[in-house]
Ligand binder design. Structure first.
Ligand code: UT7
Length: 330
């Protein structure tokens, strides 16, 4: 199915906070070892935001770089979509805070909630908005301050996450096929396997809820792992088929950066280990920012160049998952 109007990514940017937390540092916080973390996850270090940096601050840094890279001004942006599970506050949206920080005064703004899959979902929403002619230029940001929402006494989760942000600017037109059709899916029956159960309308803020640490992220790691491998692998194949592309034609696969063993399992299944991109070693799992940071790095370090076909795939809480195919046109 051809889009009504072609849509291209015309700029990318990313930002990670200065402070680095290594596996060695984690050894003095919880009962763990560098060896356990690296062998089970492929992670060596992660970045942690400063106390006065919220998700919108990280997102605004990435957004400014993406806008510069696109060669446009912030006032050219018609729509800002922020994907995050660590918003500045319940409302207003983090997108509105980013708008104010970067001076995108002509944009309308909203957040999109799809946990770690949020950036890909937001990119597809932007593509559809542009393809149908509603808007011309969209800024999509994945930004997370995960460090605020994890339990620093729970070794099974606190070692896994990092803070950071990535952004892309999408616009109508461009060379090549641009951003093509996505395949996305969700399964709400498995929501309990990865969630932050407290603090919302189901289990509101109370002393008891906080004493029980329900305001922190909870995960059944082994179950999530199995579903992530299956769903990302399946969805990549479905997205390739939907766009009439064979995996041999793809120059770069960028999966969600949650665990190198998940990435290796998908590589093996698809037979694409030589083209699989990973930076999980440096940033750990930055949730909805992970794909955006990896895409920016892959473009800037020359892994992706003009004319390359790129496949993005994600998996996250909900469960949610998806894959997108694009032709790099810059
Ligand atoms: O972004 C959303 C998507 N998220 C993911 O995709 C994450 C998916 N899950 C995973 O990546 C993996 O399941 C983990 C990295 C979370 C865990 O790895 P695992 O190989 O599945 O380990 P496990 O949970 O089966 O735990 C094995 C052992 C346990 O000890 P026992 O019960 O065998 O004695 C844990 O208590 O490792 C222990 N353990 C640790 N040991 C040292 C758990 N966390 C740690 C730790 N350091 N940090």
């Amino acid at each position: 199915m051809e889009p009504i109007r072609k849509v291209s990514i015309i700029g990318t940017g990313s930002y990670v906070p200065e402070k680095v937390l290594t596996n060695k540092d984690l050894e003095s916080i919880v009962d763990t070892t560098d060896e356990w973390i690296y062998s089970r996850t492929g992670m060596r270090e992660r970045h942690i935001a400063a106390a006065d940096q919220a998700a919108s601050d990280l997102g605004a840094e990435a957004a400014r770089k993406a806008i510069d890279d696109a060669g446009i001004s912030a006032e050219d942006v018609d729509l800002i979509i922020v994907a995050t599970l660590s918003p500045d506050m319940f409302f207003p949206s983090t997108a509105c805070f980013v708008q104010e920080k970067i001076g995108a005064k002509n944009a309308f703004c909203y957040d999109l909630g799809a946990a770690c899959s949020g950036f890909l979902y937001a990119m597809d929403t932007a593509r559809a908005q542009i393809a149908c002619g509603a808007v011309e230029t969209v800024l999509v940001i994945g930004t997370e301050k995960m460090s605020t929402f994890i339990d620093w006494e729970d070794r099974s989760t606190c070692i896994l996450f990092g803070d950071g942000a990535g952004a892309v600017v999408l616009q109508a037109g461009g060379e090549g096929r641009g951003v093509m059709q996505s395949v996305m899916g969700s399964d709400g029956s498995l929501a309990h396997l990865l969630s932050t159960p407290g603090g919302g309308s189901r289990n509101p803020i109370s002393h008891e809820m906080i004493d029980q640490k329900q305001h922190f992220l909870k995960m059944e790691g082994r179950d999530v792992f199995k579903h992530a491998v299956k769903r990302m692998g399946d969805t990549v194949l479905q997205a390739l088929e939907k766009n009439g592309i064979s995996s041999d034609e793809v120059g770069c696969f960028i999966p969600h950066q949650a665990n190198i063993r998940i990435i290796d399992a998908i590589s093996k299944r698809l037979g694409v280990a030589d083209r699989m991109y990973s930076n999980v070693e440096k940033y750990a799992n930055t949730s909805s920012a992970a794909l955006a940071i990896a895409l920016d790095e892959a473009v800037k370090d020359g892994t992706i160049s003009k004319g390359d076909l790129v496949v993005l795939t994600v998996f996250g809480g909900g469960f949610t998952w998806g894959a997108n195919v694009l032709e790099w046109g810059k």
